[in-house]
Design a protein around this ligand. Structure first.
Ligand code: BF8
Ligand code: SF4
Length: 622
């Protein structure tokens, strides 16, 4: 298993080689040690829900076909899927809650997080029917906080207020008709756990339906709330430049990598990294200054809002430490490998955990508190600076690889670039210059050659005049491979190229972190409203080419629930049930207007997505 087979990226390969030479274990080594992985687990037919188990179903039909309680493969697979969706929804939505609570604290006790974007505040308020005329920002914000928290706590049967305000009528009708309109974000997650506990819901159809409901509570609820409140507090992203890949680390500087998901932390760390007193201290220790960079989704949040360099995506987190040049890696929640602490032990790097939710054995614990955000951020940066003299220069090797990237494509920024409406984009789609739009999301997965599926799929689609929008580790992959540069339009088909050139945009647009998948929903919804159709009628598709987390399962499901055909580049652990697989890949299309499509080969996947887009165009008569 050569470094070239583990990643398509040269900088990543270089660091894998360094890790191998120095005997440092990485995700690929651990995957190898896991092989062959359990076949029951891969099919999703094992159950550990009660202590009569673990039970497993023989997929070949010779052994047991039921668990001790009588649960079939269909029930077990559906329950496992619903639990994965619930966990993914919980991750995004709890993140959303934290942002709302930060704003609430600001209003009540004055945290160091003032409202940065009053225009966004008013726009969100108007959508939700909150009066804005003649009112102070704080008064409007108070009402918004109440509505958002209400979506986590209200006990009536009505659809959550954010989904009600943001989704168009046609989509809501589909949800109401099929009984999947979410009532309360927390409640749908709790009900997922209740339904799937021993001896409750055993019907794959009603289980999957509730999974869909829970996913909508995330996409049109928790994630959307996270994005909108982050924009209010930290500013709505605007189109701007940045840099990506391990080469953003600097040899002569104190390097701080901010890794995780919640900008409540990362915003403050990059502020503290600019503190003249701390820069002076860094110089005293022999560094030229402080270089704070991002990693994973929190890195994308910073890249989107400030053009902060991003050091990598999920599979590059260990490798950033392997450079030997990282003084501190600051982590909060989600997608953070526990192995970081072990890799850091091979160097001087300090792993600093900051969330009260997430403690890493062996890390330095500096728990974050919004009220003392500035002080704590400075303390964290100081730890990094004071660690600089411990760096072993002989162990330092920073790969050169990095690329420039244009980012910051919030819906607002896209509208601004188009002159205030989506009309130019819609006209390009109607005229056929752009055949359609594909939203690509999600992770890296050690089982898939790092960044390979992201790049091959993106290239193939843009070649066929399909505009790409996307988020998460896909966005970092594109940033690293130069796809987010306007000149990359040269690789696009003639139609898409001409539109990109006219607008000066790249053929693929970075819309942010994984909670920002909500931006894609808002964009699709706007387009549907403009054209007087449902989202499911539009020439759109979704894809998670290197899916890994439960959050990705949830995102895929709410794309499907929003009426979008969604490709998965990895076979999910649901194929052990014929019924659940059929439900997700076929029947869902007739029920919610979207379905999953599984295809590990990105070229084949591109062809199917293109065919799907062409069939939607035909149905629309364009
Ligand atoms: O939320 S894309 S590996 S970093 S889950 Fe994680 Fe997947 Fe990356 Fe961000 Ni999203
Ligand atoms: Fe086995 Fe049923 Fe218990 Fe699952 S819930 S572990 S299938 S007995």
């Amino acid at each position: 298993w050569k470094p070239e087979d583990k990643s398509i990226d040269k900088a990543t390969q270089e660091m894998i080689r360094k890790a191998e030479k120095e005997g440092i274990e990485t995700a690929w080594d651990r995957l190898k040690a896991q092989l062959p992985q359990c076949g029951y687990g891969q099919l999703g037919v094992c159950c550990r829900i009660c202590m009569q188990g673990p039970c497993r179903i023989d997929p070949f039909g010779n052994g047991p076909q039921k668990g001790v309680c009588g649960a079939t493969a269909e029930t077990i697979v559906a329950r496992n899927l619903v639990r994965a969706i619930a966990a993914g929804a919980a991750g995004h939505s709890d993140h959303g809650r934290h942002v709302v609570l930060a704003l609430k604290e600001t209003l009540e006790h004055g945290t160091p997080y003032p409202i940065k974007d009053e225009k966004k505040l008013k726009d969100v308020a108007k959508k939700l029917g909150v009066p804005v005329e003649g009112r102070k920002a704080e008064e409007i914000a108070k009402d918004l906080v109440e509505i958002a928290l209400g979506d986590f706590s209200k006990q009536d049967e009505e659809i959550i207020k954010f989904a009600d305000a943001y989704a168009n009528k046609k989509r809501k009708e589909v949800w109401k008709k099929t009984g999947v309109a979410p009532r309360n974000i927390d409640r749908e997650i709790v009900e997922s756990m209740h339904r799937t506990t021993m001896g409750v819901d055993h019907d794959p159809l009603s289980l999957v339906a509730h999974g869909i409901k829970t996913s909508i509570a995330d996409g049109w609820g928790g994630s959307l709330i996270a994005t909108e409140f982050q924009d209010i507090l930290f500013g709505t992203p605007k189109i701007g430049k940045g840099e990506a890949n391990l080469g953003v680390l600097k040899e002569d500087y104190v390097n701080i990598v901010i890794h995780g998901h919640e900008p409540v932390l990362s915003e403050k760390i990059i502020e503290a990294a600019q503190d003249p007193e701390l820069i002076e201290l860094a110089k005293k220790y022999g560094a030229k200054g402080i270089n704070a960079v991002g990693m994973c989704c929190t890195g994308l949040e910073l890249l989107m809002r400030h053009g902060t360099p991003i050091a990598g995506n999920y599979l590059q987190q260990e490798l950033a430490i392997v450079t030997g040049a990282v003084e501190a890696m600051v982590v909060d929640v989600q997608c953070i490998m526990p192995s970081l602490v072990d890799v850091a032990r091979c160097f001087h790097t300090k792993i600093i955990d900051t969330s009260s939710l997430a403690t890493f054995p062996g890390a330095v614990h500096v728990k974050f508190d919004e009220m003392r955000a500035d002080e704590i951020a400075r303390e964290i940066v100081r730890i990094a600076v004071e660690n600089f003299p411990n760096r072993n220069k002989d162990k330092v090797q920073i790969p050169k690889g990095k690329s420039e990237a244009i980012g910051g494509f919030s819906v607002e920024a896209i509208l601004e670039a188009l002159g205030g409406t989506l009309k130019p984009l819609e006209e390009a789609i109607v005229s056929g210059k752009i055949r359609g739009v594909v939203g690509i999301v999600g992770c890296n997965n050690a089982k898939i050659r790092h960044n390979h599926n992201h790049i091959v799929l993106t290239d193939e689609l843009i070649k066929n005049d399909i505009l790409i929008i996307g988020t998460g580790c896909w966005a970092t992959a594109c940033a690293e491979h130069g796809i987010f540069l306007p000149e990359y339009a040269e690789k696009a088909g003639e139609g898409l190229k001409s539109v990109c050139k006219a607008l000066g945009i790249p053929p693929a647009l970075n819309m942010g972190s994984c909670v920002d998948c909500s931006r894609m929903l808002v964009l699709a919804d706007l387009m549907a409203r403009d054209l007087g159709v449902d989202i499911s009628d539009l020439p759109l598709a979704g894809s998670a080419p290197e899916a890994m987390t439960e959050k990705a399962v949830c995102i895929g499901t709410y794309f499907v629930a929003s009426g979008i055909l969604t490709h998965l580049g990895i076979v999910p652990p649901t194929v052990g049930s014929v019924e659940v697989t059929k439900l997700l890949t076929k029947d869902a299309m007739n029920i919610v207007g979207g379905a999953f499509y599984i295809e590990p080969d990105p070229i084949k996947a591109a062809k199917t997505l293109i065919d799907h887009i062409e069939s939607k165009r035909k149905a629309l008569g364009i």
